[in-house]
Design a protein around this ligand. Structure first.
Ligand code: AP5
Length: 233
């Protein structure tokens, strides 16, 4: 594996200086909360889903491989995701920490990340598990609309924009993700249960897991996350 040689000694220490990982089923609110937390600490919000969608939009070779897999609601193979993440966290904007949204998603990804973080001299990651009954996420997923310009996340049922289809912040058009159609939600939840849910036990064993009731309102979930992160920094 390629590394830039960044270590704890060569990085200057910022206020977060670690990876925060958001873990939870589709629609739990990982993107909503990760974006906010990353903004608060001025560190990058690293959504592997967004990175893959960007590759699809640019029609890269990775995007071409990922597109049909994501359309079926399955996970993209570890080897492809790991290379993408390893390259991304080499960039200087990651030196003071970063917030992962949707990564790691398998035990193999978590093990790889543990090695990568240790090599770069980061403190052990803080894992926020957004726990929610899968029955509650369908409305969130099918109602989600995302701004094409700035990525702001809305929900037509619970968090609508002021003008239908238009972002309040930058006037961008609001899109529905292809995998947010109702028929793709079941395979996405099944992939979560089979491949990602074991990470809850994995990080619990390592003493890194903090569970939050994600069925509460966005501000209430945010408040709880801020308490957890403040206690750890
Ligand atoms: P990804 O883009 O990561 O999607 P996901 O995990 O399915 O999660 P979502 O983005 O659907 O939900 P979220 O938890 O971020 O919720 P959000 O905040 O948007 O992955 C997509 C695909 O990419 C995968 O299926 C896979 O193929 C591939 N992939 C990505 N990473 C991979 C990896 N590491 N390995 C392999 N493959 C990978 O909120 C959802 C909605 O709910 C919004 O409308 C929001 O406004 C609303 N909402 C949020 N919080 C609340 C709340 N508290 N109360 C009410 N509404 C809320």
């Amino acid at each position: 594996m390629k590394t830039s040689g960044i270590t704890a000694e060569t990085r200057s220490v910022g206020p977060l200086d670690r990876a925060v990982i958001f873990l939870g089923p589709p629609g739990a609110g990982k993107g909503t909360q990760a974006k906010e937390l990353a903004g608060k600490f001025s560190v990058p919000h690293l959504s592997t889903g967004d990175m893959l969608r960007e590759n699809i939009a640019k029609n890269t070779s990775l995007g071409q491989l990922a597109k049909p897999i994501m359309a079926r609601g399955e996970l993209v193979p570890d080897s492809l995701v790991l290379r993408m993440v390893a390259e991304r966290i080499e960039k200087p904007d990651c030196w003071h920490g970063f917030v992962f949204d949707g990564f790691p998603r398998t035990v193999a990804q978590a093990q790889f990340l543990g090695v990568l973080l240790a090599q770069h001299g980061y403190k052990p990651p803080l894992v926020v598990h957004l726990a929610i009954d899968p029955a509650l996420v369908l409305r969130r997923i099918t109602g989600r609309r995302t701004c094409k310009v700035g990525g702001e996340i809305y929900n037509i049922f619970d968090r609508p924009p002021k003008v239908e289809g238009i972002c309040d912040l930058d006037g961008g058009h609001l899109d529905q993700r292809p995998d947010d159609r109702e028929e793709i939600v079941a395979p996405r939840l099944a992939a979560y249960e089979k491949q990602t849910a074991p990470l809850v036990a994995y990080y619990k064993r390592l003493g890194r897991l903090h569970s939050v009731d994600a069925s509460q309102s966005v501000p209430d979930v945010m408040k709880r996350i801020n308490e957890i992160v403040s206690a750890a920094t």
